[in-house]
Unconditional design. Structure first.
Length: 163
């Protein structure tokens, strides 16, 4: 049985595709490719069909991550097939929980930085879209820092599930 994770930000061209790419790399490094799938989406459809922001692509490639991506909008019907929905900031968390058809679906939504013990109370990944490339670098650092804890949590969920 495949464990499915979806990363969600506003437009699905900066933070969530970055988180998806980093997490996919971590899953591959851990040898869990056959057990875990990751994708991403936006709370809005403004950029639907567009590639990732060029600054996202540049930062991902500079750090050895895959940058292939096409933006899409999150749909409430997806909750049925997803095991975990990862919001990149508190606004996304609230929007996703409002979209959830059931309380069980709402419980699937978590903040990415909640998986980073060093994050403290500041659990938002700031939106780098209106800034310079250094904001994208900072975003990547936060995503990578949370990735280890997220992978550990997902691994705990998939252990014992039949392949």
């Amino acid at each position: 049985m495949t464990y499915r994770v979806c990363f969600v930000c506003t437009g699905n061209i900066c933070r969530s595709p970055m988180a998806e790419s980093v997490f996919r790399a971590r899953v591959a490094e851990a040898g869990l490719d056959d057990l875990v799938e990751a994708d991403s989406a936006g709370t809005g459809g403004w950029h639907q069909g567009d590639p990732a922001d060029p600054r996202t692509v540049s930062v991902l490639e500079e750090h050895g991550y895959d940058s292939g991506h096409t933006a899409r909008q999150f749909q409430p019907s997806w909750f049925a097939r997803l095991d975990l929905v990862i919001a990149l900031d508190a606004g996304h968390l609230k929007a996703l929980r409002r979209l959830a058809p059931t309380p069980q679906d709402a419980a699937k939504v978590r903040l990415l930085r909640s998986y980073d013990p060093a994050a403290g109370d500041d659990l938002d990944v700031p939106d780098p879209y209106y800034g310079a490339v250094d904001g994208f670098e900072e975003c990547l650092e936060m995503v990578e820092a949370a990735g280890t804890g997220l992978l550990t949590a997902v691994r705990e969920q998939v252990e014992g599930q039949p392949v």
